[in-house]
Design a protein around this ligand. Sequence first.
Ligand SMILES: C[S@@+](CC[C@H](N)C(=O)[O-])C[C@H]1O[C@@H](n2cnc3c(N)ncnc32)[C@H](O)[C@@H]1O
Length: 391
Amino acid sequence: MSANDEFFRSKKAAAALKHGILKRYPVVFASKTGQGNPVVFLDGYAGRGEYEGGEPGSPLLLSRCAEFVQGFRDVLAFFVEQDPDSFANLEQVLRLKGGAVQRELRQGSLDQHLPELLARAKGASLFAFLDPFGPALDFDLIKTRLLGRPNWPPTEVLLHFSVSSVARMGRAVYVAAERPGGLSDSDRRTAARLDRFLGGDWWRSYFAEVTDTGDEQRATDVALRVAERYARDLTQGSAYQAVQMPVRPRPGLAPKYVLALFTTHGEGAWHFADTLGKAGVEWEEAWVQDQIRRGEHSANTLFGDGPVFDAEQYKAENAPRWSRAIERNIVEILNQRRQVRIVDKVPEVYGEVLGQAWAPHVRQAVKSLHRQGLISQPGTGDFWKEVVWRP
Ligand SMILES: C[S@@+](CC[C@H](N)C(=O)[O-])C[C@H]1O[C@@H](n2cnc3c(N)ncnc32)[C@H](O)[C@@H]1O
């Protein structure tokens, strides 16, 4: 069974977070950046359009966003898919279920169709979603051709960094390099693939601490550090910042991938974190349902005798903890400096509750700190754009 067949057979819980973002964030992006200029949504690794069970894939979710905003924005959705069979499926799914939106579909590689896309997106704001299997992206393509576009209208890239593949491939290359005889041809190809993805061979030294082939946990930790350096390298020398969200199949398991948004605007980071939190509720529901389906959890032991997953109960039970964590993070930031704008420090403000909490929980935290006399900002209006002082 190919990676494609396996992937589209059923939607995994880890995909729920990605799709929770794609349901919401492109609408915010188009609303904020598309006043007076067109908007382009690119799905560069589009896939089949939907899963075998009929759940929408990224192309249908982006199409729905385009449909929603087209009443007030000039929007084009551009899809690229390399595999001919998946492309045929994608065409059909979009024709039947993709709505009456302006769209272009291209069969082939993203690399091949990028020049046309960039020409069509000239003068438009661009939201690019890049979701390949494994470490298949090209560092230079992203850094130079996407993030290197003029600053206005804005370009944002949301990409999938496969932690599990980088861990597996990076460790394999390191272990092979240490063996007598060194790298085989196949190891060399793996290394070249990672070099292209990560923009150099610097990652090899990161894996030096993974001592044997069974050292999975450590390889994952290393891959997460590699993901951080990758984001730093992509943003270095530019106005971009990255908001990175490690995505796990369920709590307690190692992250499978990191979803990273590259944006030049604090507002982009703010709204992205907000949608991450909302999507986090869907992720929570997806992994709980998954466990119940496999018989590894009974609904009753988790959430009483009521519905299998009660989103309202989940939110009510966790909101106080989320707001307390955010309070602590704001205090920590203000210990380093006397003032801050939340919009300039979004990942730090959310900290460990990124992907769980969202905007109202930040507001709660700010209000609480204000009540305690610890900050100047009362948490009203667009508090997140304003300066917060430590009196
Ligand atoms: C993970 S799947 C996409 C899933 C989809 N984004 C979703 O959420 O429903 C990755 C897809 O990228 C396609 N692909 C692989 N290499 C590609 C390339 N160079 N350019 C465009 N598509 C490619 C694969 O055939 C596969 O269908």
